[in-house]
Write a protein that binds this ligand. Structure first.
Ligand SMILES: [Zn+2]
Length: 350
């Protein structure tokens, strides 16, 4: 039996423009839609209609004054929020729709309308901080999503995995001292935004609940699979999340113009399977993906298709296949696994 996989897909997400020639372009989602709209594929997934998030929901993570500031950009041609992040007249509305798209996906899973879901939204979110936009991000979709799941459904523990090329500084900072969220990130390092060192493990009550895996360029499918199996999986199974969220950036794709990683669509499917297994073991398979980066337009579309097929169970990257992939990982992966497992040893048996 295939799983019921929801997709939040809406033409309005193409209305936000960060400026001509900006890598975070509407063409990214247009390419994804073109693949998913093919009749043979479209009928496989359950369309979920997004709503706009309210200020109250956004203010679970962001300063009210910041939300007002973004609201004040509505209707204006172009406002630069940071050197990389600009708005178009529609951005305020579409940023609210991006948050709301993820909340819709989470609600659909919690209310068992679907087994899992992918929110195909833009602008992305994981760099957005409490009171400022950063790195193409306006509101921190995944951070708001985690608190929504906690508050609306009384969940106790949320796992956020962030495989985007870049470190999710905003997400980490939102939950640094909060054990209700385990944040696990793999990212190119040192690189934008500069955070995400091995030393950043959370603080206060959240100490140990941030796991950073900083990577040099060149990490491939095998390296990522091994890192997910040797670090993420054991830690996650001990944490026993009530819900699994994935900040899915596809800028680790082997041809991405902004990144230096070598992940292929098969690799993304394999990593998805590892997370589906975690969700199956811990929380009845509750798993929601939200789009972050990914700037090779065709690569993005192919990779998202591969992830969705794995979520639905059209492809199943079996345990033997994962084990075989892991064996291909090189010494660089082993080295970072050794460093991270040593660092998190006081908290997790990885
Ligand atoms: Zn990124």
């Amino acid at each position: 039996m295939p799983k019921k996989t929801g997709i939040v897909k809406d033409q309005r997400y193409l209305q936000h423009s960060a400026g001509a020639y900006h890598p975070e372009s509407p063409e990214r989602l247009a390419a994804v839609h073109a693949i998913l709209d093919k009749p043979a594929i479209a009928q496989k997934f359950i369309q979920l209609a997004p709503r706009e998030a309210t200020h109250k929901e956004i203010e679970m993570i962001h300063a009210p004054s910041y939300v007002e500031y973004i609201a004040s950009t509505a209707g204006k041609d172009c406002v630069y929020l940071d050197p990389d992040t600009a708005t178009s007249p529609e951005s305020y509305e579409i940023a609210k729709l991006a948050v709301g798209g993820l909340l819709t996906a989470i609600d659909a899973v919690m209310q068992k309308k679907v087994d899992n879901a992918f929110a195909l939204v833009r602008p992305p979110g994981h760099h957005a901080e409490y009171d400022r936009a950063a790195g193409f991000c306006i509101f921190n979709n995944v951070a708001i999503g985690a608190l929504h799941a906690i508050k609306k459904y009384n969940l106790k523990k949320i796992l956020i995995v962030d495989w985007d090329l870049h470190h999710g500084n905003g997400t980490q900072h939102s939950f640094e001292d909060d054990p209700r969220v385990l944040y696990f990130s793999t990212h190119q390092y040192p690189y934008y935004p500069g955070t995400g060192s091995l030393q950043e493990i959370g603080r206060g009550k959240g100490e140990g609940y941030t796991i950073n895996v900083p990577l040099s360029t060149g990490a491939d499918d095998a390296a990522f699979v091994k890192i997910f199996r040797k670090i993420l999986k054991p830690a996650a199974l001990q944490y026993k999340p009530d819900f699994v969220l994935l900040s899915a950036g596809f800028d680790t794709y082997f041809q991405d113009p902004l990144g230096g990683m070598r992940v292929t669509p098969k690799g993304f499917a394999a990593l998805t399977r590892i997370m589906l297994d975690i969700a199956e073991s811990c929380c009845e398979g509750r798993f929601v993906v939200v789009l972050e980066g990914g700037y090779h337009v065709m690569g993005l579309a192919e990779s998202i298709k591969a992830v969705l097929e794995e979520m639905r169970g059209d492809t199943v990257c079996a345990e033997e296949r994962l084990a075989a992939m892991e064996k291909e990982a090189g010494a660089v992966a082993d080295n970072v696994i050794k460093q991270v497992t040593a660092k998190i040893k006081p908290y997790w048996n990885a």
